[in-house]
Write a protein that binds this ligand. Sequence first.
Ligand code: PLP
Length: 382
Amino acid sequence: MMKFGTKTIHAGIHPDPSSGAIMTPIFQTSTYVQDAPGDHKGFEYARTQNPTRNVLQDNLAALENGKYGVAFASGLAAMDAILKMLKSGDEVLAVNDLYGGSYRLLTTIYSQFGIESRFVDMTSTDKIEEQISSKTKLIWIETPTNPMLSVVDIAAICKIAKSKKVKVVVDNTFASPYLQTPLDMGADLVLHSATKYLGGHSDVVMGIIATKSKALADKLYFIQNASGGVPGPQDCFLVLRGIKTLHLRVERSSQNAFAIAKYLLGHKKVSKVYYPGFKDHPNHKIAKKQMKAFGGMVSFDLKKNNFATAKKILKATKLFALAESLGGVESLIGHPASMTHASIPKEDRMKVGLTDSLIRLSVGVEDVSDLITDLEKALSKA
Ligand SMILES: *Cc1c(COP(=O)(O)O)cnc(C)c1O
């Protein structure tokens, strides 16, 4: 079997038979000509199938050690498709430190259709079993979490879920398949916002799911076609191109992030650094067990614990751009309390340590000494 760095470039990818083009062509077409009614080459209409999309789906399935990939127009469209496999009366048990958009989809849209969600701290697995009711059909894990970078023991939760016949989805956006492959740990489905590390260049919005199960894949292909939240072929091409350097980018981001986390830890204006690579991070052991490296995301808090001080830093960086999103080649800086997590009530935020002075970094692949200089200058203004 191919190793990861070979799969990113070769898995599911073949030169185009009509021309020999080494790059997967962008099949920008809505329909396909048939020789006689029903006599076609496996492609009828482009919502249902597209050759560029097929290649991406096969490639991502291989990266996640799955068999099937199913691509959607965004990460949330992919999540929406998974939730459409549920019925009214079913319940979702989700990690409490969930991506804001995922939380909103569960609590504002699916709650209207009789699908309820409960949110629990999954960093300790002893209380998970008692949280599972006869209605629970899906466990929704995100790890590492955003922005607190807690790590959830995927294998332990999958074991509990299996004994209760509950399916497990892992949102693997933050880690990417280079750092962890949840299907190997017992997860039924893996979801990505391909907008982030898979695309990797901040130029596309897309979502994709991987699974080993034919039954689940068939349901998802049916929903993909029946509900129609599909990505365009050009976007599929961009994500395929991004994936070719996934291993190189995530490795460099992880190295840079670890160096920056260490630098911040020694800074006199910084009170706390959240990074699963640190030995004293509460979930370090699990992170070490299930991840190849500790990822490109770092969060830190300030001794002067207020928004005004954080704002000075957020405005002062030059290389770290102030923006939402993550996982691109360029480094980003963000303020969760006012940006990604603004819709969460302050007291709920404070409970998990998401203070008004918490700053989140998505560390890119630039030269790390330049990134540290940029932070040094910005911190001097605080
Ligand atoms: C961005 C993100 C999503 C949503 O993906 P979109 O492509 O923006 O729809 C879901 N989960 C996580 C962890 C994310 O970071």
